[in-house]
Write a protein that binds this ligand. Structure first.
Ligand code: ATP
Ligand code: MG
Ligand code: MG
Length: 264
């Protein structure tokens, strides 16, 4: 899922997620609805080699009935920034979601209609007859159809071609993004957080304005620590039980697109 957006000066723009999940806070900070797994990840990230690549985490705050995570506003100080949210990896569901879904194999008509709306040829004959698909089937189909499992296109939803089409036109920004992604790849290689976590549904947020471009890792709500002594490669396709997320396949593909763009 790729979104580019322009935003008006000084107003907050959110590209993904539920609108109610975020609140504008004091200058330079945004508040995201608290979730324990995300807060735990951010705490760990503040002590990891990835710290320069994630929004700084300032702890929790309560507003009214809700608790929020305090995050550095990555758009702060930029003039009319252009932003892109690029979900990483080869799947968007956690293995436990799949297991839960499998224990409830009842066909659901709401998921059937969602499927038909995107691709009327996707359901099998049986699914058409019963006007329903199981959640297990839906989860797997959704990621395949949005590119997460397409072996040729490991960028993010949209793939290599899609990314090239959305690249900023100016070579200056392309170079800045390229060099930032190379630095990120080095930091990931040295990161104990990355080795020991399954990173699902997380994004790279590309941000540029008239004179600055950067990329950040965001959204750790579905990122989970692995059991002791288990480490992921992040470079291989997922098979059930492996917990592999394919994160580095996408990153390599993005870097390749940018290399190509700046060499033209
Ligand atoms: P989902 O799980 O549906 O992707 P979410 O509720 O977990 O959404 P995020 O993905 O973390 O939310 O963020 C949603 C959007 O908000 C991002 O695409 C980005 O546009 C914006 N955003 C998130 N964090 C920041 C930040 N620290 N600074 C600036 N913008 C941010
Ligand atoms: Mg997100
Ligand atoms: Mg999220």
């Amino acid at each position: 899922m790729m979104h580019w957006s322009l935003r008006r000066q000084s107003s907050w723009v959110q590209l993904a997620g539920h609108q109610g999940n975020f609140q504008v806070s004091k200058v330079g900070e945004v508040l995201k609805m608290h979730s324990k797994p995300e807060a735990k990840c951010l705490e760990r990230l503040m002590r990891d080699t990835l710290r320069p690549f994630v929004p700084q985490y300032h702890g929790l705050v309560t507003r009214g009935e809700h608790c929020y995570i305090r995050l550095e506003d990555l758009l702060h100080g930029l003039r009319r920034p252009v932003i892109m949210d690029c979900k990483m990896g080869v799947r968007t569901f956690q293995e436990e979601e799949l297991i839960k879904a499998r224990t409830k194999p009842t066909p659901r008509s709401d998921l059937y209609h969602k499927m038909v709306k995107l691709d009327s040829l996707a359901p099998t004959e049986e699914e058409h007859t019963q006007q329903g698909v199981t959640k297990w089937r839906y989860l797997q189909w959704r990621d395949v159809c949005s590119g997460h499992q397409d072996r040729r296109h490991h960028g993010r939803r949209g793939g290599h071609m899609g990314y090239s089409a959305t690249l900023p036109k100016f070579v200056y920004f392309q170079r800045a993004y390229h060099s930032r992604l190379l630095d990120l790849k080095d930091a990931l290689r040295d990161s104990s957080f990355f080795r020991t976590h399954e990173v699902i549904g997380s994004s790279l947020l590309f941000v540029h304005d008239h004179n600055k471009a950067s990329v950040w890792m965001i959204d750790f709500g579905k990122t989970t620590p692995l059991p002791d002594a288990w480490e992921l490669q992040h470079t291989v396709p997922w098979t059930e039980g492996s917990r592999e997320d394919g994160y580095l396949m996408g990153l390599t593909s993005l870097i390749a697109s940018l290399s190509q763009a700046i060499s033209m």
